[in-house]
Design a binder for this molecule. Structure first.
Ligand SMILES: CC(C)(COP(=O)(O)OP(=O)(O)OC[C@H]1O[C@@H](n2cnc3c(N)ncnc32)[C@H](O)[C@@H]1OP(=O)(O)O)[C@@H](O)C(=O)NCCC(=O)NCCS
Length: 352
């Protein structure tokens, strides 16, 4: 296999346009084989962005493996640039007809060598297993997450592969899906005194940049297991503005609900949706700051955002991910109408 390494922005636009359709087709093939459903098919905007653009905060690197001219494997690494500069999130995929021949291992070893050279010695990765696949293998051997909550079938290719390559299974997440019409039928929550919720669609309004930055920063410390996956992130208004700009370039729109106590940020929830597949929403961050917990804000934020997304943006369904030990958030999600769709294992490896 011939492996080409493409850090975002290292090739001309013409070169990227020349391979884009082929890469998207390969990613589509991988997704169709996964059983996760067509909502999870790659979007060409997203793949283009991973290949061409980096900003000062985040970047991607792609490895493409070819044999006989055709793409047979692909690896991707997501890197943050201002914090966690020794960390890389990696994911690799191999053509479904060519698995168990060592291609995945060859690719991962090349990625690890390159990332280690760049000082990225803390790797994270993930594997996604449709609920039906895990339910179908309840009696097979399972591996427990180190967090102590949840397990995954060891025979699943993603699990077996990461295990074989020395990754440790740290945490299990539940991926679930809700229809926005469900929230529209729920009664609007009565907020405790002093609290209000605002919703908007699109970039963060200038006068709310600091509030959103503060809540993003708290996301990196105030969620279960956060300390396992990196240090506190640094957020300010400029970083939120840069994120908004990257989203616009990727034809991504964000529906946000922000909870305030007076003018102080108490919590937020964000859902992304994309021009290419407008009926599908992807839950981003949700956080209620520690000092504002216990007032029902989590559920109220999610319901307010779902209603706004259904009414203003024609989003029909929303996917979300939560650590299984985050029982509060799972309860909030159940109340907002979410049901299990898949299980996601989060893994970690330290390169020597
Ligand atoms: C996971 C994946 C990349 C593995 O690619 P691959 O080319 O089949 O992997 P390799 O042939 O290099 O396998 C290396 C080792 O992983 C383990 N492994 C991989 N697939 C396995 C399976 N289906 N069952 C059991 N063990 C498996 C074995 O230990 C294997 O070594 P062996 O064949 O000598 O027993 C491939 O199945 C894939 O693309 N899956 C979808 C994407 C994905 O889940 N990625 C998550 C991991 S980043």
């Amino acid at each position: 296999m011939e492996i080409t390494h493409i850090p975002a922005g290292s090739r001309t636009d013409d070169e990227i346009e020349g391979i884009l359709a082929e890469v998207v087709d390969f990613d589509t093939l991988i997704n169709r084989a996964s059983g996760l459903g067509t909502d999870f098919d790659p979007r060409s905007d997203e793949v283009r962005q991973e290949l061409v653009s980096a900003n000062e905060y985040v970047t991607h690197q792609t490895w493409i493996g070819r044999s006989g001219g055709a793409i047979v494997a692909k690896g991707i690494a997501y890197l943050t640039l201002q914090d966690n500069v020794d960390v890389a999130e990696v994911w690799c995929s191999v053509h479904p007809g060519l698995r168990r021949q060592g291609l995945g291992s060859e690719l991962l070893l090349a990625m690890e060598a390159s990332l280690a050279d760049q000082g990225r010695t803390q790797l994270t990765s993930y594997c996604e297993i449709p609920a039906s696949a895990r339910d179908g293998d309840l009696r097979g051997a399972h591996l427990a997450a180190e967090s102590g909550a949840g397990s995954l079938p060891v025979e699943h290719p993603g699990v077996a592969f990461l295990l074989r390559h020395g990754f440790a299974f740290k945490q299990l997440e539940r991926c679930s899906v809700a229809q926005t019409t469900t929230a529209a039928k729920l009664p609007a929550a009565d907020l405790d005194e002093g609290y209000t919720i605002e919703t908007w669609s699109g970039p963060t309004p200038e006068h709310r940049l600091d509030a959103i930055a503060l809540l993003h920063q708290r996301m990196s410390t105030d969620t279960p297991g956060a300390e396992e996956f990196g240090e506190e992130e640094k957020w300010d208004a400029a970083r939120v503005r840069a994120l908004n700009a990257t989203r616009s370039e990727g034809h991504e729109r964000l529906g946000t609900a922000l909870a305030l106590k007076g003018d102080a940020a108490a919590g937020f929830t964000e859902v992304a949706h994309f021009e290419e597949r407008p009926v599908v929403g992807w839950q981003g961050s949700t956080l209620v700051a520690r000092e504002h917990r216990g007032h029902g804000l989590g559920t109220a934020l999610k319901i307010a955002n779902h209603v706004a997304l259904g009414e203003r943006a024609s989003v029909e369904r929303i996917y979300t991910w939560n650590a299984v030990e985050n029982s509060w958030m799972l309860l909030i999600n159940d109340r907002a109408g979410f049901a299990t769709w898949a299980w996601v294992g989060l893994w970690k490896k330290h390169l020597a």
